[in-house]
Write a protein that binds this ligand. Structure first.
Ligand SMILES: Cc1ncc(COP(=O)(O)O)c(C=O)c1O
Length: 366
C-alpha cells in the first residue's frame, strides 16, 4: 500500500500547537501589541537562555540578520567573505548587499565548509569566514576558530539551520562575533511567516544590531545612526514563544527519526548517510544523503508517495546563473550535487512513515 508522505507539511506548523499558537496570537492582537513589544524581548531572552548567547536580537528574517551582522562588523566595499558554496543564495546575498565579495569554497564529505579550501582562499582582502551550519550540524568549530584566529579573521555563523546544534557542548551561533538563525516556517523552529534572529556575545555588536534593525533608533526612540526596518513582529515572537516550550522535545524527536533512518538504511552500498556525531550534537534540520543512482531512487520514492528535494533547487551557489560566479569551479561540491538529496525530516513524521520510507528505499536496491 502506498503512503503519501510529502517532503514537508506546512499546515503542521500551525496545527501542531494550534491552541497555544492561537492564544498567543489573540493575546498580542487584542492588546494591539505589534511592534517591538514585550514578547519580542521575552523570546530573545528565552533563546539566549537556551543557547548560552549573551545577546539575542530578533529581526525580520534570517537573511536580514546576516546582512545586518556583517554591516555591524564593518564589512563593506573591497572586503572578501569566505563561505561554502553548499549554502543558500541568501548567505552570499548578505555579503553582496554590503558591497563586499562572497568567495565560494568547497565543502567536505560531511557537506560542511572544507577548511583547507577556506584557508587557500584567504587573501589580504579577506575579513570574515561565514560557515553555514548546514542541516543542523556545525562545522568543526575548533579547527575553524583556530584558522580564523591565526589569520586575524572574524567569524559570523550562518546558523539558519542549526538552532541548538552543538560542537563540544557549545551552541551554533555562539562561536564567532555573531550567528544568525532563520525562523522561516520550514526551519527547526518556524513561525507563521518570516522571522530571524542574531546571537552575539559582544555588547557593542548587540547594540549596533538593535539600532540597525529599527531605523537607527535607540531605547529612547531617538535616531542616532542609519538603520533599516527589520524587526521581528511581536505576533511572530508570541507564536515562537508558545512553540519554544516544546523545542527540546522536538529536537529529541528529530534525533529519534535520524536514528531510525540510520537503522533502516544502513548497509546499502550506494547510499551514504549523514556523518556520525563524534564531537557534534546534531539537530537534523535536514536528513541529507547521497546516492550514486540518485535520480532513479528519487523517482522510485516519488512513485511510492515519498517527497524528496535537492537543496537550493539542485545547485550550489557558484552554479546559479547571473550572480557572477561563472569562472568559479568547485569539483568536489559539484560531484556532491550529482548525488545529494533530502529525505523527509520533520516532527510530523510517524515511526511508521519513517519505516515505510526505509522499506521503499531498500526495495529499490533489491
Ligand atoms: C543556510 C541558510 N542561510 C540563509 C537562509 C535565509 O534565511 P531566511 O529565509 O530566514 O531569510 C536560509 C533559509 O532560508 C538557510 O537555510
Amino acid at each position: 500500500m502506498t503512503i503519501e508522505i510529502p517532503f514537508f507539511r506546512y499546515p503542521h506548523v500551525f496545527a501542531q500547537y494550534r491552541g497555544d499558537v492561537l492564544a498567543a496570537f489573540l493575546k498580542t492582537a487584542d492588546r494591539g501589541a505589534y511592534i517591538l513589544q514585550d514578547e519580542v524581548r521575552e523570546f530573545e531572552e528565552a533563546v539566549a537562555g537556551f543557547t548560552g548567547a549573551r545577546h539575542v536580537v530578533g529581526v525580520a528574517n534570517g537573511t536580514d540578520g546576516l546582512t545586518l551582522a556583517l554591516r555591524a562588523a564593518g564589512i563593506g566595499a573591497g572586503d572578501e567573505v569566505i563561505m561554502a558554496s553548499h549554502t543558500y543564495v541568501a548567505t552570499a546575498a548578505a555579503v553582496h548587499f554590503n558591497g563586499a565579495t562572497p568567495v565560494l569554497v568547497e565543502c567536505g564529505a560531511d557537506h560542511l565548509m572544507d577548511l583547507d579550501s577556506a584557508a587557500a582562499a584567504i587573501t589580504e582582502r579577506t575579513k570574515v569566514i561565514v560557515p553555514t551550519q548546514l542541516n543542523g550540524r556545525t562545522c568543526d568549530m575548533a579547527a575553524l576558530m583556530e584558522l580564523a584566529e591565526a589569520r586575524g579573521l572574524m567569524v559570523i555563523e550562518d546558523a539558519a539551520q542549526a538552532l541548538g546544534a552543538k560542537f563540544r557542548g557549545r551552541c551554533a551561533g555562539t562561536f564567532g562575533l555573531a550567528g544568525m538563525i532563520s525562523l522561516y516556517p520550514a526551519k527547526l523552529l518556524g513561525c507563521l511567516g518570516d522571522g530571524g534572529l542574531v546571537m552575539t556575545n559582544d555588547d557593542a555588536m548587540a547594540e549596533q544590531l538593535r539600532l540597525l534593525r529599527d531605523h537607527g533608533r535607540n531605547a529612547e526612540g531617538e535616531v542616532v545612526a542609519w538603520g533599516v526596518n527589520s524587526r521581528l513582529d511581536t505576533v511572530q515572537a508570541a507564536v515562537l514563544l508558545a512553540k519554544f516550550k516544546h523545542y527540546p522535545a522536538e529536537i529529541a524527536r528529530r534525533r529519534e527519526i535520524a536514528a531510525r533512518y540510520r537503522d533502516g538504511l544502513s548497509g546499502l552500498d550506494d547510499l551514504t548517510l549523514p556523518p556520525d556525531e563524534g564531537d557534534h550534537f546534531d539537530v537534523y534540520q535536514n536528513y541529507e544523503v547521497e546516492a550514486g543512482r540518485r535520480d532513479e531512487l528519487r523517482a522510485h520514492l516519488a512513485e511510492n508517495g515519498v517527497g524528496t528535494i535537492v537543496q537550493w533547487g539542485g545547485k550550489p551557489v557558484h552554479r546559479l546563473s547571473g550572480l557572477g560566479f561563472e569562472s568559479v569551479s568547485l569539483p568536489r561540491t559539484e560531484a556532491i550535487f550529482e548525488r545529494c538529496f533530502l529525505l523527509p525530516m520533520n516532527t510530523s513524521l510517524t515511526d511508521d512513515e519513517v519505516d515505510y520510507i526505509c522499506e521503499v528505499t531498500r526495495k529499490f536496491y533489491e
